[in-house]
Design a protein around this ligand. Structure first.
Ligand SMILES: [Zn+2]
Length: 125
């Protein structure tokens, strides 16, 4: 277990950073472990004319996109930390081989080895 201590520290630091960013635009639902976007009420209250309303929608979509990227990262990090606890960390989820150390140092939340990295996006939760 101690061999993964360095990755665990990296993952925990990254997770803390992501949570801080998420908290600026979303609320954590502890039951589902999901993040729900906070509508920008201040801007909405000022949306008297159509132009402003369009801006709000655009802003909202942008916020949703940022949120979904951050949430993905959040889930990846949580998953990797869980794998460390379960003792399955560092194993490719596609081929079952050991993930290269260089890859884990670059991206500790990686779920596949370098050979299978293009297929990583196809993996479901
Ligand atoms: Zn692999």
């Amino acid at each position: 277990m101690t061999e993964f201590a360095v990755y665990k520290t990296m993952l925990e630091e990254q997770l803390a950073k992501i949570v801080t960013e998420l908290k600026t635009i979303a609320v954590h639902n502890k039951t589902t472990d999901d993040w729900e976007a906070i509508p920008d009420t201040e801007e909405q209250n000022n949306s008297a004319d159509e132009n402003t309303e369009a801006d709000v929608v655009e802003d909202w979509n942008e916020r949703r996109a940022i949120l979904s990227a951050l949430e993905q990262e959040y889930q990846d990090l949580k998953r990797a930390l869980k794998k460390i606890d379960e003792g399955t960390y560092g194993t490719c989820e596609i081929g079952g081989e050991k993930i290269e150390e260089e890859r884990l140092l670059m991206r500790p939340e990686a779920r596949t080895c370098t050979k299978h990295m293009e297929e990583e996006d196809l993996l479901s939760w």
